[in-house]
Design a binder for this molecule. Structure first.
Ligand SMILES: *Cc1c(COP(=O)(O)O)cnc(C)c1O
Length: 368
């Protein structure tokens, strides 16, 4: 079976050499030596300061909202993984959807201002498939209306915008290191926090607000990364160049194979940002074709994913029904094809063949 992604697992013995050390020291969590090491190496690799490791990307988002003291309405994108919205609802915030640009798939910055009210406190936008949002425009709108900006950068590992890490934009960026992401720590995530004082507060907040054995400074939670996660991170980061290179080769192969297809649409990339080949999304002409392609690939054990479906404004637990026509349309017609470092050539050729055949075949029927 071939899924949309496959977790990269490093050399077993290398990982064991780290876990052996954890067994020897007996220190399994609470900012141990491997958490310190991966924090330092990631900060360096990504080009960021104030990096805070946490136990997953969803908690990174929730912590960001708490740290920035958000309340009331938050403008956000309907086209993202469910955690972007569910984290807001979980924290008692009211998601207000700003529709996406149907070319970039990111929140459409031209539609932000008309959704701002006196209740709006922040903008939460996702760099969809690692594609940089309209960073400067979003910041200038936020400055004008005194709003906080949080980026869900779960897909944006290693992406730079104008030679600067994309994680350095906004008040806080939240990133995920889940096993399905390009870089992972099994489960895990991090915040990149612009403000130094806020970063210090965040360090306490993820450990119950404890500052010393006898002093608790403020309300906190437990969202620490542990040493086993950090050890996995160290091993994966050692191989990150190989991972990215293999993904690029496979990404380019898809792109080349589909380059003269009239019936497929691809994401428009931000021209100032680098790519990390996190996903290979394809937009078909109709939902019917998407379902047919899924069916045909499925017969051969290949499982693409409808990332992202449904459009988040349609989540059943939202009480305030909102429309987002572009997001609803794109989410009904988009499919992420399998893309990972060890995807074999033969399998990829087969996926290409199926996609070509059925997008064309059905297209003719629709036109007729
Ligand atoms: C994966 C993902 C998350 C959640 O991260 P976890 O580490 O799985 O909690 C949030 N937002 C987006 C866009 C994601 O893709």
């Amino acid at each position: 079976m071939i899924n949309v992604t496959k977790t990269y697992l490093p050399d077993k013995n290398k990982f064991y050499s780290y876990t052996d050390k954890i067994f020897e020291s007996g220190w399994v969590t609470n900012n141990g030596q491997f958490c310190k090491e991966i924090n330092e190496r990631l900060s360096d690799y990504l080009g960021v300061k104030n990096l805070l490791l946490v136990s997953n990307g969803t908690l990174a988002l929730q912590l960001a909202y708490k740290l920035l003291n958000l309340s009331g309405d938050v403008l956000t994108t309907p086209f993202s993984f469910v955690a972007t919205t569910s984290s807001l609802v979980w924290e008692g915030l009211n998601p207000i959807f700003v529709d996406i640009d149907s070319k970039t798939f990111n929140l459409d910055s031209n539609q932000i201002e008309k959704k701002i009210t006196p209740n709006t406190t922040a903008i939460v936008a996702t760099h969809v498939y690692g594609n940089a949002c309209d960073l400067e425009r979003i910041q200038s709108i936020a400055d004008k209306y005194n709003l906080k900006v949080i980026y869900d950068a779960a897909h944006a590992f290693g992406v730079n915008y104008k030679n600067n890490s994309i994680l350095n934009f906004g008040d806080i960026s939240a990133i995920s290191f889940h096993g399905t992401k390009i870089f992972h720590t099994i489960e895990g995530g991090a915040l990149v926090i612009k403000d130094d004082a806020l970063y210090e507060r965040a360090q306490k907040m993820i450990n119950f607000g404890i500052v010393s054995p006898t002093e608790i400074a403020e309300l906190g939670i437990n969202s620490k990364m542990n040493e086993f996660q950090a050890a996995m991170g160290i091993c994966v980061l050692d191989d990150i160049h190989l991972i990215l290179n293999s993904r690029k080769i496979r990404y380019d192969k898809y792109m080349k194979a589909f380059s003269n297809s009239e019936s497929l649409i691809f994401q428009k990339k931000n021209e100032h940002s680098t790519m990390n080949y996190s996903h290979f999304p394809v937009v078909f002409e109709s939902e019917e074709i998407v379902l047919k392609v899924i069916e045909e690939l499925g017969k051969n054990g290949i499982v693409p994913r409808r990332y992202f479906y449904p459009s988040l404004n349609n989540l059943p637990y939202l009480t305030n029904k909102q429309i987002a026509p572009n997001s609803t349309d794109i989410s009904s017609r988009i499919l992420c094809l399998p893309l990972f470092d060890s995807l074999e050539e033969e399998a990829q050729d087969f996926i290409i063949q199926i996609v070509r055949k059925h997008s064309k075949l059905l297209r003719k029927q629709i036109i007729l």
